[in-house]
Write a protein that binds this ligand. Structure first.
Ligand SMILES: *Cc1c(COP(=O)(O)O)cnc(C)c1O
Length: 364
């Protein structure tokens, strides 16, 4: 038998989460953000569940190629635009829409030879100070782009820094509106947090990412369940060893856990080489489900194994199913956001970190 750890991707959950977003913003178009290999889920695996989106947004040209290879003829947006001149050839050939966030990208477009008109999303730095034109330079960039024969249509784009906080987007929207209100073109403003938390955003194209995968963008203020989302990924394994401890016995590398009394420990086939965070438990005890019931990790996460306290679960033992996040095979839920929180991280990081050695099943 192979090592029992497996990830499961739930197509129906992806469909459900996309439908949730649609219901919240029925008049907007939705980019399904599938960067980072669909947040670790696999672009090919999520395609069926997300093909009801209006377009796919991603970073890497090779991911764009893969979406086209799946037969998708609709819009694809390169969220960060091109990284070098020759990327534009692929944009022309695959009909990719691309962000323009700096003068250098306009220079590249200006010297690009093409018969295909490009659809460009011009990005404003409205306060996050990562990518984008400063508000004062935005109009000049727009004018320059408008004058290029390579450019067919220009939309307006910005990204929020604090969409997961109360009032966190008002200032950025104001800056964006001030500098774009009289320019023609569609607008794209919203990540998952803004989509879920804000009504009537002035955005034609929303850009939900993490909500599609069933994690909450503003945990712990809201859980995924609060938002009506279902986990699109479950990570499950099994107990492959059991140890009986006495008071004073220690567990794992660095002997970081000492048994206060007699205990039963389940050893689970999952470790940091599977993408499970080694820092799990550094902030608060890390939950797992054993046969659908809550238990906690004790001791350090090692490369291939973790250790779980089974003392309160007399029926659990060798072969018991352990859910690391998502849903158990019986449907019990363990939110990925809660697991991430125990490591001082976020659900996004956990799903993206799923390691290549973990076999993945796709279910409806
Ligand atoms: C990743 C990303 C998104 C999606 O963010 P979520 O928080 O996952 O919804 C939206 N817009 C841009 C520019 C991004 O880079």
């Amino acid at each position: 038998m192979s090592r029992p750890i497996r990830a499961t991707i739930h197509t129906e959950a992806l469909r459900h989460n996309l439908a949730r977003a649609r219901a919240l913003v029925p008049d907007a178009k939705l980019w399904a953000v599938v960067k980072a290999n669909a947040y670790g889920h696999g672009i090919e695996r999520v395609f069926e569940g997300l093909r009801g989106a209006d377009g796919f947004a991603l970073l890497d040209l090779n991911e764009a190629q893969r979406v086209r290879d799946l037969g998708w003829r609709g819009p694809i947006l390169l969220i960060e635009g091109v990284f070098e001149q020759r990327d534009l050839e692929l944009c022309s050939r695959l009909g990719l829409w691309h962000t323009v966030h700096c003068e250098e990208q306009i220079d590249m477009l200006a010297t690009h030879k093409t018969h295909v008109g490009h659809r460009v999303f011009l990005k404003m730095n409205s306060g996050m100070n990562r990518l984008g034109f400063a508000p004062q330079r935005y109009r000049a960039a727009w004018s320059r782009l408008s004058a290029l024969p390579q450019v067919e249509e220009i939309s307006h784009f910005t990204h929020f820094a604090c969409a997961d906080e109360d009032g966190g987007i008002a200032r950025q929207i104001e800056v964006f509106e001030t500098h774009t209100h009289d320019l023609p073109g569609e607008r794209s403003l919203s990540n998952s947090a803004a989509l879920l938390r804000t009504c009537n955003l002035p955005s034609d194209w929303m850009r939900p990412g993490v909500l599609l995968y069933g994690a909450s963008p503003d945990f712990p203020a809201h859980t995924a369940q609060d938002w009506g989302l279902q986990p699109a990924m479950s990570l499950r394994s099994r107990v492959v060893g059991v140890q009986q401890l006495q008071a004073g016995d220690t567990v794992g590398y660095g002997a970081r856990f000492t048994a206060p009394g007699p205990m039963r420990i389940g050893v689970v086939a999952c470790g940091y080489a599977d993408g499970y965070l080694r820092s799990s438990g550094s902030v608060s005890p890390t939950p797992v489900l054993v046969d659908g019931q809550r238990a906690q990790i004790v001791g350090r996460v090692s490369m291939d194994l973790i250790t779980v306290d089974l003392s309160h679960l007399p029926d659990a033992g060798m072969g018991s199913e352990v859910t690391l996040w998502g849903s158990s095979s019986q449907g019990h839920l363990l939110p990925i956001d809660e697991v991430a929180q125990s490591a001082g991280s976020i659900g996004y990081e956990l799903m993206c970190a799923l390691a290549a050695r973990v076999p993945v099943d796709l279910v409806d």
